[in-house]
Write a protein that binds this ligand. Structure first.
Ligand code: NAP
Length: 475
């Protein structure tokens, strides 16, 4: 029997779709799932593609079915199951075989797994896959971390299954060990911020302007034809336009306002903090999900405090136009922060992350895919090492054009008591970032007063402590 080009373990939502995608692109693939019934069910559902798929009930059979050096994708529940699966697989592998963790791993685990295999002759790739079920089946965005040699072994297959943007494959080797999973984590962090900002804008339209879900869907549909054109805006329109099959009411009105989360948003915030980078949009989004889940507490607080009256709006059309620009302005801040986190991580972990390439492979296939990422690609291609996306020529123009709208929207929401943690954080981030003389001089003075921490002077003189105890008061 002709051996497979690649193997895949884990026929859940992502694994089964990825396997079908691989088979469809003309690659022979061997598959294995812990629960064997699932493998048989999968083969039964694969239709014509089953001819390119070798279903295996044992690890021995599975490994023997793949051409060495064997690339084996592990697409199972993240965390301990991956370590367990690797341990079961290892004794059956030979030199240069590659275990590829394609789940949503914490990149610290990826570095640990990569290092643990260093002297074994085996190789490890940490691979971020974005695009959900649909992306896995028809073309995801794929972020690869590992050795360059192992990447070369899988490049052809991964290129064949990845999403394409104007013909460019949305897959790339981004660096060693945890680089791919780190970039996937930040992708998800940006996704959290983007979704939170869209939800805040929805809140202003619903609770500030009193628009129905259907009316908001129409507004959003218009935005999708403009600069906000993106997958998340597209699905927002679809979600808002859908009816509940049980009651006939808008589906979105029947969904509990308590959002779940699995961890990548939180990891993004933790890493941003560890690296000393302000990622206020992602922080606001994660905090927003936490507060959303405290439904009972929020209901009790509403009873206690009541809700402020919505601030009157004389020109609804103008506010709606402002909301579109405000969302763009806030998006710029969140994406700039995400890229700044990656730039810091790249230095810290020695990855040399290629920023233009990352923007490029996010243009299609992944959840944050958008026209906007094509503009980010151009900005980073012109200046790959720019300190902050905000100061690139194209984006500084966009910020100048939209920050007034963001300011008006934030003011309107604040006066109406509408929660906008991510939008307001974007405005504060921008106002802080663009102010040359901030207020940290006072913080430094306070730190020196109580902790003798010292400070640098604006005139550069060699005198680093204040006269706090010497009675040198000037008032
Ligand atoms: P899923 O549908 O719940 O499938 C889980 C798979 O993991 C099943 O094949 C299951 O095998 C296997 N598994 C669980 N514990 C195992 C263990 N201890 N040993 C061996 N196999 C085990 O999950 P999924 O949505 O496909 O997600 C898989 C990975 O992709 C996760 O890391 C997830 O975070 C990531 N991811 C998901 C999405 C998404 O949109 N769903 C997007 C990007 C990334 P059994 O059939 O035997 O239970």
């Amino acid at each position: 029997m002709q051996q497979a080009e690649i193997g895949l373990i884990g026929l859940g939502v992502m694994g089964s779709n990825l396997a079908l995608n691989i088979a469809e692109k003309g690659n022979r693939i061997a598959v294995y799932n812990r629960t064997h019934e699932r493998t048989h069910e999968f083969l039964g559902e694969a239709g014509d593609l089953a001819g390119n798929i070798i279903g295996c009930d044992t690890i021995e059979e599975f490994v023997a079915a793949i051409r060495p050096p064997r690339p084996i994708i592990i697409m199972i529940k993240a965390g301990d199951p991956v370590d367990q699966q690797m341990e079961l697989l290892k004794p059956h592998l030979a030199a240069n075989d590659i275990m590829i963790d394609a789940g949503n791993a914490n990149f610290h685990d990826t570095i640990r797994r990569f290092d643990a295999l260093k002297d074994s002759g085996l190789t490890f790739i940490g691979m971020g896959v974005s695009g959900g079920e649909e992306g896995a089946r028809h073309g995801p965005s794929i972020m690869v971390g590992g050795t360059e040699d192992s990447w070369k072994r899988v490049e052809k297959v991964l290129t064949s299954i990845s999403a394409k943007f104007n013909g460019d494959p949305c897959v790339a080797w981004l660096g060693t060990d945890g680089a791919g999973h780190f970039v996937k984590t930040i992708h998800n962090g940006i996704e959290y911020a983007d979704m939170q900002m869209i939800a805040e804008i929805y809140g202003i339209l619903r609770d500030g302007l009193g628009l129905s879900a259907g009316e908001i869907a129409e507004v959003v549909a218009g935005w999708n034809k403009g600069r906000l054109n993106s997958y998340l805006i597209e699905i927002t329109e679809k979600v808002l336009g859908a009816a509940d099959p049980i009651t006939g009411a808008p589906m979105v009105d029947m969904i509990l306002d308590a959002a779940g989360q699995k961890g990548t948003g939180k990891w993004s915030v933790i890493e941003a903090q560890n690296l000393g980078v302000a990622a206020t949009g992602i922080e606001a989004a994660v905090a927003g999900r936490v507060l959303s889940s405290q439904k009972q507490e929020r209901e009790a607080a509403e009873k206690l405090f009541g809700l402020p009256k919505a601030h009157s709006v004389s020109d609804k059309k103008a506010l709606i136009a402002d909301l579109e620009s405000a969302l763009l302005a806030a998006k710029i801040a969140a994406y700039a922060q995400g890229f700044a986190v990656m730039a810091a991580a790249s230095k810290e972990f020695g990855w040399s992350l290629p920023m233009p390439v990352i923007a490029k492979i996010w243009r299609a296939g992944c959840i944050i895919r958008s026209q906007f990422l094509d503009e980010i690609t151009s900005a980073f291609t012109k200046d790959p090492h720019v300190a902050n996306l905000i100061v690139t020529p194209a984006f500084s123009e966009m910020v100048k054009e939209t920050d007034g709208a963001l300011r008006r929207v934030v003011s309107h929401a604040a006066l109406s008591g509408l929660p906008i943690p991510a939008l307001s954080s974007a405005l504060s981030y921008f106002d802080t970032y663009r102010r040359g003389r901030g207020t940290a001089n006072l913080i430094q003075a306070q730190r020196d007063f109580f902790g003798a921490h010292g400070f640098d002077r604006v005139d550069g003189k060699d005198y680093h402590h204040g006269p706090w105890g010497s009675g040198a008061a000037i008032y």
